[in-house]
Design a protein around this ligand. Structure first.
Ligand SMILES: [Zn+2]
Length: 316
């Protein structure tokens, strides 16, 4: 169909106006998203993270088969409740394991809090970390585990805190999980990712923090985070790298793909996209009594937390 001169002109003007309005709307949406990211990460605090870590470190033992393991889980649940997540739950499962010649068959508890999505409440973005720890020595009565993995658990708590503080409304539900029994074989994450849950298969992605506070340099120009991806999550890693550049003081690298040694792995093997944030292999205090908060770098850790919080907000 041919359109006559004036009509053609009017149509062109209408299309231009529509395009400009659409652009403007997209600009506004982008600005709004950026403003949300900045507000959220502006409230992430190294002192607050340090408090979370010290609180976990001072619970005595966080070995999963210690007598106090239910008490530890319940304290973490109550922390979520105090932050404004009254529906935080202990999600039980049975762990069967022979460890140092003792056979255990014991209930373990994941701690789960959710921030419901506005547009897709049945679809989940999981941010998780294990809260248990272990020592290489036989006496497990004191197991401080500050870097491994009070630091990761603190990341989950801190993101939950700032999101609630700012009355943040994500599009998809954000699921905060403190995993149990990682050290004896990723039991908590295998249980969650490998079994039906209220989100069915609708887990958009999972972010895992394990040992994110060991950094010897006090100068942020030396700070790097290892972002490990899986064969299905390369694009998500690139988005995480963008968050590093745009919103944190961190450089980044990746030295491994399909890493099998932490809670992100069962998500990958069950078909979900996952990333594993790790400060490095070099922590000399690993699985020892020296893994205490004095040996953690909290300003560095706060940047790793900001990166994940920014990514969650960017994807929502
Ligand atoms: Zn760990």
């Amino acid at each position: 169909m041919r359109i006559k001169g004036t009509k053609k002109y009017m149509l062109a003007v209408s299309i231009l106006l529509l395009a400009l309005t659409t652009c403007k709307k997209e600009d506004n949406a982008e600005e709004l998203r950026l403003a949300k990211i900045n507000t959220l990460i502006g409230d992430i605090s190294a002192d607050s993270i340090k408090n979370h870590v010290e609180w976990l470190e001072n619970m005595g033992s966080r070995f999963c088969f210690s007598d106090n393991h239910l008490e530890v889980a319940e304290k973490i649940r109550k922390k979520f409740v105090a932050m404004g997540y009254p529906d935080a739950v202990l999600d039980p499962f049975i762990a069967v394991k022979t460890f140092r010649n003792v056979m255990y068959e014991q209930t373990q508890y994941k701690v789960i809090a959710t921030l419901e999505g506005t547009d897709h409440p049945d679809s989940a973005c999981v941010v998780g970390a294990h809260y248990d720890n272990i020592l290489s020595t036989s006496d497990l009565t004191i197991v401080p585990g500050a870097n491994d993995n009070a630091s990761g658990t603190a990341a989950v708590l801190e993101i939950a805190r700032v999101m609630k503080l700012n009355n943040y409304k994500p599009q998809s539900t954000i699921v905060f999980i403190a995993f149990a029994a990682e050290e004896i074989g990723l039991y908590g994450s295998k249980n969650f990712a490998g079994n039906p849950n209220e989100f069915g298969g609708k887990i958009r992605f999972m972010l895992n923090s394990d040992m994110i506070a060991y950094e010897t340099s006090s100068s942020s120009s030396n700070w790097q985070i290892n972002i490990m991806d899986y064969s299905n999550s390369g694009a998500l890693r690139h988005e995480a790298e963008k968050m590093c550049t745009d919103h944190t003081l961190l450089g980044y690298f990746t030295n491994n793909s399909n890493n099998t040694r932490s809670d992100s792995y069962p998500f990958y093997t069950n078909g979900y996209k996952a990333l594993f944030f790790f400060s490095g292999d070099s922590d000399p205090n690993y699985h020892s009594l020296n893994d205490v908060s004095e040996n953690c770098n909290f300003p560095y850790c706060a940047e790793v937390v900001k990166l994940q919080c920014a990514l969650l907000a960017y994807k929502n």
